[in-house]
Ligand binder design. Structure first.
Ligand SMILES: Nc1ncnc2c1ncn2[C@@H]1O[C@H](COP(=O)(O)OP(=O)(O)O)[C@@H](O)[C@H]1O
Ligand SMILES: [Mg+2]
Length: 237
């Protein structure tokens, strides 16, 4: 049976007086992969920041996660509830090594699928070899893998990823697609904001399209792949 994990209803988000997200509704089940598509400036990053409760965004509406209301909670409380965030541009620290990034973010979990720093190293040998290197000294692809790993060691139920395909090679994009599929099969849900249609089509179970801060389209992936008209109209592809 499908188990509802995230239910967003009537979400509005603002930067000061600027009203960016308008009346967003979105749902994710356990282990589901959702992709939010939209051109530049349509509100994808704002949506992830609003879910995460980042200070720069003021939000109104309802964000239920595991049946608990997140809208009044702080970012650290939302992270502890089980939502992790992989920001656009990764936001790693030059003063922390790869290993320190993982140790600081590690939150033990009572689960057969627990992510520890050790499990990260055996899963992602590319960063295991660079344990003592400063986070920002890694290549773009390695930084993306570290940013995802930092999210994973928090043992979240939901991972928000902001444009994971940006600034990395097609080889690393393939890696990210594989990681998302593995995570979903272990029951972790993924919400990806993207402009890359190919990646979206290969990752998503369900697609939402954002235009000027509003969800104007939602469908299952099979229907979306055949819907060339909406792809062209809203994404310009
Ligand atoms: N910190 C901010 N302050 C004010 N306006 C912002 C800020 N960040 C983004 N915006 C505006 O919000 C809108 C949505 O931006 P964003 O969520 O970054 O879009 P996307 O991620 O889809 O490219 C844009 O009009 C952008 O200019
Ligand atoms: Mg963005």
């Amino acid at each position: 049976m499908e188990e509802k994990l995230l239910t967003i209803e009537g979400l509005n988000a603002f930067y000061g007086k600027s009203h960016v997200l308008q009346n967003i509704s979105l749902e994710a089940n356990k282990g589901e992969k959702i992709v939010v598509l939209g051109r530049n400036g349509m509100g994808k990053s704002t949506l992830l920041k609003a879910i995460m409760g980042l200070k720069e965004v003021t939000r109104k509406g309802s964000i239920l996660f595991r049946n608990e209301e997140m809208i009044e909670r702080r970012t650290d409380e939302i992270a502890r509830a089980g939502i992790a965030y992989v920001p656009q541009g990764w936001l790693l620290f030059s003063s922390l090594s790869v290993d320190e990034h993982l140790r600081i973010a590690y939150r033990p979990a009572k689960s057969d699928h627990e992510w520890t720093p050790e499990r990260i190293y055996s899963t992602f040998p590319e960063i295991a070899q660079r344990k003592d290197t400063g986070g920002t000294k890694l290549s773009g692809g390695e930084q993306q893998i570290l940013a995802i790993s930092r999210a994973l060691v928090g043992n979240p139920g939901l991972i928000l990823m902001d444009e994971p395909s940006e600034g990395i090679s097609t080889m690393v994009i393939e890696r990210i697609i594989g990681i998302c599929q593995d995570l979903a099969s272990q029951g972790v849900s993924i919400l990806v904001a993207e402009q890359n249609l190919d990646l979206a089509q290969r990752i998503a179970d369900k697609v939402y399209i954002l235009v000027n801060g509003q969800i104007i389209y939602c469908s299952g992936i099979t229907e979306f792949i055949h819907d060339k008209e909406n792809q062209k109209k809203h994404l310009g592809v």
